[in-house]
Design a binder for this molecule. Sequence first.
Ligand SMILES: O=C(O)CCC(=O)C(=O)O
Ligand SMILES: [Fe+2]
Length: 293
Amino acid sequence: MSPFRVTSETPVSEILGVLNQHGFVVIERLVSASLMDQLAAEVAPFVDASAPGRDQYDGVHTRRTGALIRRCPTARTLVMNPLVRAVVGQFLGHASTYQLHLTQLITIEPGESEQKPHRDQMAFDFFDFPIGYHAQCNTMWALTDFTTDNGATRLAPGSGGLLDPESEAIHMVQAEMPRGSVLLYDGKVLHGGGANRSDHVRQGVNITYSVGWVRQEENQYLACPPEVARTLDDDLLKMMGYQQGAFALGYVGDQQDPLAALRGTDTKVKTVESFRETNESFRAFVDGIDEPR
Ligand SMILES: O=C(O)CCC(=O)C(=O)O
Ligand SMILES: [Fe+2]
């Protein structure tokens, strides 16, 4: 794993270099054990209430616990972690905005077998995004240590191209990492949960991000109802999708900004003109619009 490992001191450009080259990178010990203790305590009752998966893909010995923004205040700090946002913001910087895609605690219990290798971008109805186009960037935070025995995520370095998932030639490595570390991986890299041959659970907080123009995997507007959303700060709400995803996406009613609508004020979304600086295609489009007479 060493070529894929960095620290919180590593410059963002280097972290991006590893992510771009291999499809994933591990930042070791990015948050403290006490933050993870707090998160574990908040989420524990919901894990106990989550049913195991119904098929081999979800994992019949795996519990998936979502809605972490609502249920687990400490997960909000992971979603908004500055270093992760710096990396993801640049990785998905080709789009006008990026957003939270899902939050899910994945608890792999003893006896679980390997999950089928897959690319997470298949969630978009198996649409074949062009090889160089990244629609999402994922994180897996180690709530417990991740070891080869307890089911650390398996990944195939450099498999973001056209490699056939069924191919025998796929070489997988495991993202072993101590508690508090985070694995970042793109939506194209082949990966899957590992088998848990140990006598204890493996828990990872899966928080993923996508470009602002796709549908989110977890419905943030219902997973976190408006009465809770109104208690959250603006930056987190924008990340959850209370923002204009692109010039014509996500408005409410008469072109009202979604965050303003939640707060009960009446601000219009930005015009197409305001996207001129950020996007070459917008620039060309806006330049072709006649001035009002
Ligand atoms: O639990 C893991 O290590 C990976 C899970 C995963 O890749 C998924 O469910 O999409
Ligand atoms: Fe996955």
